[in-house]
Design a protein around this ligand. Structure first.
Ligand SMILES: [Zn+2]
Length: 250
């Protein structure tokens, strides 16, 4: 059994804002056995809870932060890190942190992890955008909460299933196009009743529409790069990787 180190994890090529750090964990490591191999951070995907808790502690130790773990439910609730227990028992799909060292974190395996930072360096947030959460408006809600005063935001889109790898049926497309016809541009017909859906692309579009000045990322696919990231579409059960953002302690 070996635990991963900082060199095994990823970060955006440029900081989102001064004093802001972002980290994405990967499957690297030989800590979790198959089918969660090798570094699973998700509870409720069949892995042994004690091992997952130890893996979560390892993330906190390596990064020197307090991650605020959530119980994600594909909804639009967003927690305030300072008021959160952070032990994974609170249901929410996003978290905003204004206190250095409190890290907002989401777990994914195909859904889109989005991190946001205020350009004045006073708040950061992490949000889980699967198709249900995206359709329900979690990213618009995140932007409204983080920039109510009009401060500019920067966003980064983490590893998620790409347009080539994500096939959906009519109910998913109808949910988007019925509410906003221009969303049809993100669905490409792929046989009768099937479409390829660009979930990361639509997430980026939602962020831009919500007024985010800088949107980057979206370069990694959980299926195309399945050796590096967990993918729920590729294997079930499987693990979850974490996308974290925090304000550095000064
Ligand atoms: Zn792909």
């Amino acid at each position: 059994m070996s635990l991963p180190g900082l060199d095994d994890w990823l970060a955006p090529s440029r900081p989102l804002a001064p004093g802001v750090s972002v980290c994405v964990t990967t499957r690297a490591g030989a800590f979790s056995p198959a089918p969660w191999d090798g570094f699973n951070l998700g509870l409720n995907c069949g892995d042994e809870p004690g091992r997952v808790t130890r893996a979560r502690e390892h993330v906190a130790e390596v990064l020197g932060i307090r991650p605020v773990w959530l119980a994600q439910v594909h909804g639009t609730d967003i927690l305030d890190a300072a008021a959160a227990r952070g032990d994974g028992s609170e249901q929410a799909d996003g978290c905003i942190s204004r206190r250095p060292g409190d890290a907002a974190v989401v777990l994914t395996a195909d859904c889109v992890p989005v991190v946001l930072a205020r350009q004045d360096g006073t708040a950061v947030g992490a949000f889980h955008a699967g198709w249900r959460g995206l359709q329900a408006g979690i990213l618009e809600r995140a932007c409204a909460l983080m920039a109510a005063d009009g401060e500019s935001l920067a966003a980064w889109v983490g590893p998620a299933i790409c347009a080539h790898c994500y096939q959906v049926d009519a109910p998913v497309r109808d949910a988007f196009v019925g509410a906003q016809p221009s969303d049809a541009a993100f669905f490409h017909e792929d046989g009768p009743g099937h479409w390829r859906f660009d979930l990361p692309g639509l997430s980026r579009q939602r962020l831009i529409q919500a007024g985010v000045g800088q949107v980057s990322g979206g370069d990694w696919c959980t299926v195309c790069h399945n050796h590096r990231f967990y993918s729920h579409r590729q294997a079930q059960p499987t693990g979850r990787f974490a996308t974290l953002i925090w304000l550095n302690t000064r």
